[in-house]
Design a protein around this ligand. Sequence first.
Ligand SMILES: C[S@@+](CC[C@H](N)C(=O)[O-])C[C@H]1O[C@@H](n2cnc3c(N)ncnc32)[C@H](O)[C@@H]1O
Length: 255
Amino acid sequence: MRFDILTVMPEMFSAVTEQGVTGRACRNGIATAKCWNPREFASDKHRTVDDRSYGGGPGMVMLYEPLAKTLDAIAEDVESSGKKAGPVLYLSPQGERWNQQLAAELGQFEQVTLLAGRYEGVDERLIESRVDREISIGDFVTSGGELPAMVMMDTMIRLLPGALGNIDSAEQDSFSDGLLDCPHYSRPEAVGEDGELKVPAVLMSGDHKKIQQWRLQQSLGRTSERRPDLLADRELNKQEQVLLREWQAAQGPAE
Ligand SMILES: C[S@@+](CC[C@H](N)C(=O)[O-])C[C@H]1O[C@@H](n2cnc3c(N)ncnc32)[C@H](O)[C@@H]1O
């Protein structure tokens, strides 16, 4: 999958393109990322990409012209690469909320363009005429669209075939089947001053069916406790209903 990122701070993206799972996916050619700085498409000698807001008020606005020219250059480059151009996505706190389903949906494209805003944001006319979708990573405001763009890239890249060493780990992650992930434990079997913090016995039993049931039950219990909204959107089958009832009974009456 190819990512084209319109940004005035291209250096930030090495965190995604060089580090960890996403860095490895970029090195292996599973994902490619190309940054485009609109300053290179500005027409004045100061390489201006922002100006004051019509109507007054604090903060600067990113200019239509250099952004439009950058998007034209991206479109041309994608076309000449033989890839099918995907949507132009503007990172914005006013956009639709980013989540795992949207990551899986947009990850189907061969290419996406991410427009990272700065200052007060982008001239509305550019959004109206050139942006396909606005995406928000949550109800808060970051200083620029670079971190949100990196969040999107990371989420999508780890879902691409071959990006993770073990594909199961993406399939079992929180949200992939509408539930939160179960708790995880590793060596040693007991920790704490007196070794009182133990790994649940079932995980040491070697009984894979029981372990799978325990994990599903933990996922159901956690989701009902921490994110009941997720359960409202997901129909539980008979076995899941029984497991959840058992989990709830084991918690005792609510205080
Ligand atoms: C300081 S913000 C501008 C916020 C804008 N004035 C508003 O209140 O809607 C600068 C840029 O950061 C990015 N941004 C900020 N918060 C974001 C969020 N929650 N999700 C996605 N992008 C965000 C956008 O690209 C935005 O243009």
